[in-house]
Ligand binder design. Structure first.
Ligand code: UDP
Ligand code: MG
Length: 318
């Protein structure tokens, strides 16, 4: 029989706190009397995470494990867990438990009101750097201006979803995956639940500035062609400004001896050159995405899998 709830835990170098975290989640589900499964996806960790997952799997029958052949990223790990899940409801939970699993009853109560997605909305984000807070704010603003499917501010991937949402998500074929945006695009009734995000107790964040910029560009270019439209209008404005400038220079120079001051010309060349490079860059982002999608590669490759207690088995299917 399928479990009521699948909990998906993407995990990258989380050896330190993993066993305690999974035990906490498992005990909570037992206290709530929930038939559950916990799917831990090891996203190519270089520490002892996989050994620990195998150990937990021997002890707790509800634990299933997947191990990627290398680091494919958080979004791929969530997708792999969702594909493996069997539950009627699916919860995405980070391994560091910054998003408290104890909110489960509150999430389920909201879902019982008729919602298909209940996402956590961070009232506070203790222990996060000001750089991350500012860049997150900026990202939501820009994303929501540029796309037609706004994502709620101050949310992460922490959310409870119904089976039909998970199935709809798995049916989306693209390899450039931005989880939050895709779930918002799918539709169905969705709502938020306010909570306080805890600081990380063990390990360290796996999102550095470079990964955050990549995620933001992926998210925006994957969801909207508005930057291309902006590129078109910018070139349009520049073209007509150039024409007007040309006319102005011709009229101003009429009947005057040729001057020797070229500084105006240099400025114009620099500005147009800069804008053109930027526009080509924007077009390149979309072209690159098209190239990557056209290859049709799988989202991830699985190296090992544990289905039942203590039975690791190699599996080459993605
Ligand atoms: N994670 C992952 N692959 C990655 C980076 C992170 O599976 O390449 C996992 C990580 O182990 C954690 C979750 O994704 O369970 C969120 O990562 P993190 O806590 O570093 O992000 P933050 O909470 O700082 O946004
Ligand atoms: Mg975290």
């Amino acid at each position: 029989m399928n479990p009521e709830l699948s909990i998906i835990v993407p995990c990258y170098n989380e050896a330190e706190g993993l066993e305690k975290a999974i035990t906490r989640v498992h005990c909570l589900c037992r206290e709530l009397g929930l038939a559950h499964e916990i799917i831990i996806v090891d996203d190519g960790s270089t520490d002892l995470s996989w050994a620990i997952i195998c150990k937990i799997g021997e002890r707790i029958a509800e634990v299933k494990g997947l191990r990627f052949s290398r680091n494919f990223g958080h979004e791929a790990a969530s997708s792999a867990g969702m594909r493996k899940s069997l539950g009627e409801q699916v919860l995405i939970l980070d391994a560091d438990l910054q998003d408290p699993p104890e909110l489960l009853p509150a999430l389920r109560a909201k879902m019982a009101e008729g919602y298909d997605v209940v996402y956590g909305v961070r009232r506070s984000r203790a222990g996060e750097s000001w750089l991350k807070l500012i860049s997150a704010k900026l990202f939501y603003r820009v994303f929501n201006i540029l796309t037609d499917n706004p994502i709620p501010e101050d949310t992460g991937d922490f959310r409870l979803m119904t089976r039909r949402v998970v199935d709809a998500f798995l049916a989306l074929p693209e390899s450039g995956r931005f989880f939050r945006g895709m779930i918002s695009w799918i539709g169905f009734p969705q709502t938020g639940l306010l909570y306080d995000r805890q600081p990380r107790k063990t390990g360290q964040t796996n999102y550095n500035f470079q990964k955050l910029v990549k995620l933001s560009v992926d998210a925006i270019a994957g969801f909207s062609v508005r930057p291309l439209r902006i590129a078109f209008w910018t070139s349009f404005i520049f073209f007509f400004s150039a024409l007007a400038l040309l006319l102005y220079i011709l009229i101003a120079r009429l009947g005057q001896p040729a001057g020797s001051d070229n500084s105006g010309l240099i400025i114009v060349i620099l500005v147009t050159g800069g804008v053109q490079t930027l526009l080509i860059g924007i077009i390149g982002e979309y072209l690159g995405r098209l190239f990557l999608e056209s290859k049709g590669r799988p989202l991830y490759i699985i190296r090992d899998e544990i289905k039942q207690a203590g039975a690791p088995s190699p599996n080459r299917n993605a």
